[in-house]
Design a protein around this ligand. Sequence first.
Ligand SMILES: C[S@@+](CC[C@H](N)C(=O)[O-])C[C@H]1O[C@@H](n2cnc3c(N)ncnc32)[C@H](O)[C@@H]1O
Length: 293
Amino acid sequence: MKHELAMEDASAAEALLISAEDFQKFREFFYRKTGISFEPTKRYFVDKRILERIEFTGCKSFRDYFAMMRFQASGAELQALTNAMTVNETYFLREEYQFQCLVSSILPEIVGLKKDASPIRIWCMPSSSGEEPYSIAMFLLEKWPEIAVRDVEIIASDIDTQILQKARKGLFSAHSVQHVPPAWLSKYFSRVGADYQICEELRQAVEFTRVNLTELADTRSYRNFDVIFCRNLLIYFDDASRREAAATFYDVLKPGGYICLGHSESMSRISSIYEVRKFPEAIVYRKTEEGGR
Ligand SMILES: C[S@@+](CC[C@H](N)C(=O)[O-])C[C@H]1O[C@@H](n2cnc3c(N)ncnc32)[C@H](O)[C@@H]1O
């Protein structure tokens, strides 16, 4: 009897192992869905998260789980797994020189060329928990006097629905706000225990939406942006996904629109459809005025 139970335990444990073949299947599927490419060196990270989801959903094996996740009509499990797989690391005023570039160089150029009073549109993609779009909003209020007479729309998007809930709530850890100057901290945040709650004015200034950058159906309605901040996402993509992202951003931008990437990311390697602009504060990419590819 004891022996039979031990055998059952052993086969249940075996069913929960993820083989090299399973990993490869998952890897290809997840890449098609998100553009994120997991190298074999990331197996521990990936296996751990899949096993957690298998346990949570009560599935008996990777095979059962994979079938359920792919064919579930609601797509809820795919979203839950995506939320688990994303790396959401971010903090306020990360790579601050780009926000300085926005207010000192990019916005003055946009305003100089603008022929009407339509809003200036900024897309933060991906926003993660919101520190980046909120940093932009603070920079505009503190360092761009034109904000008094100009309408600016800040749309912030991410594939991860859980992190977007956190972003909308606007409650941040001390670690997250550590680079915010004390004067801004007391002006725009209030203390909630050990955390910092961002003020209502900034929460209202940013609209958060769920978008998968690699899904054309998701990005199709995003058009006429003057500036895109796409920082620290392309590092998780391979060259093919990066090229696709570059083409998507091209359609999203107005002619003459700008893209700011993370410091280790470059458009020129992956695309020749943008011009490189070297401003004193930062290098950014620009869709040409004519907008022709
Ligand atoms: C490291 S964070 C970058 C956040 C912020 N831009 C920054 O630089 O601090 C990367 C974010 O990309 C999001 N992400 C990953 N794949 C995505 C996709 N295909 N579409 C949209 N967002 C994605 C993740 O959910 C994660 O929040």
